[in-house]
Design a protein around this ligand. Structure first.
Ligand SMILES: [Zn+2]
Length: 211
């Protein structure tokens, strides 16, 4: 669960959630990933707790910087991909190449285990020796931490309807989202943030219009 109230995770896909670390503050674009600590906080809020998975790696300042830089490059690549999709074009080859660099990293790893059942259990519970598939909780490399985000971008590029990739209709919001609603008419990044505000503004505009 996202405990960090600075960040929003309602874009409908992790790749666009990462884009939404750019937000509008007045006329200025504010970057919520301004420091390595912000990067680690965002990854943790996104369910990728790199500090817990790789304590030795993430406690080293140069490594924290490297991971932030990788996340920022990925965000830039996702931005380029999103722009290309919306424009009905293929993303530039170098952007695809950059995404592939992370996609080939190992994310979660899987393993088969043999479970041998005692003869008593076999008799009483009528179960046999069996194979169980388990997954490691975390990726096997630090760069692999970013793999779920890259995968989300890859699925956005290959499976999403580009007409459903949109930016919030509010003038003072630049958040992106993937419209997964049935009607396909979602206009706001979230009702709570922008939709209700727009409704109230429209209501007052109508009331103040002379008859
Ligand atoms: Zn919005």
């Amino acid at each position: 669960m996202n405990q960090d109230r600075r960040f929003v995770f309602d874009a409908g896909t992790l790749a666009l959630d990462l884009l939404n670390t750019w937000r509008l503050d007045g006329d200025l674009v504010q970057d919520l990933l301004g420091s390595p600590e912000d990067g680690l906080a965002w990854l943790t809020a996104a369910g990728l707790p790199v500090e817990a998975w790789f304590p030795a790696f993430s406690s080293s300042p140069p490594n924290r910087r490297i991971l932030l830089d990788e996340a920022l490059w990925l965000r830039q690549d996702i931005f380029v991909i999103t722009q290309s999709l919306v424009a009905g074009k293929l993303p530039p080859p170098q952007t695809v190449h950059a995404l592939n660099r992370i996609l080939i990293e190992s994310g979660r790893s899987f393993r088969l285990h043999s479970v041998v059942i005692t003869s008593e259990e076999k008799r009483n519970e009528r179960i046999q020796d069996q194979l169980v598939l388990s997954s490691d909780e975390h990726p096997s490399s630090e760069l692999g931490v970013l793999q779920p985000i890259a995968l989300s971008a890859a699925l956005l590029a290959t499976e999403a309807n580009p007409l459903r990739i949109r930016q919030c209709a509010s003038e003072d919001c630049i958040y992106w989202f993937l419209d997964t609603s049935k009607s396909g008419r979602r206009r706001w990044c979230s009702m709570a943030r922008c939709g209700n505000r727009a409704k109230v503004a429209k209501h007052y505009r109508q009331r103040s219009t002379p008859l």
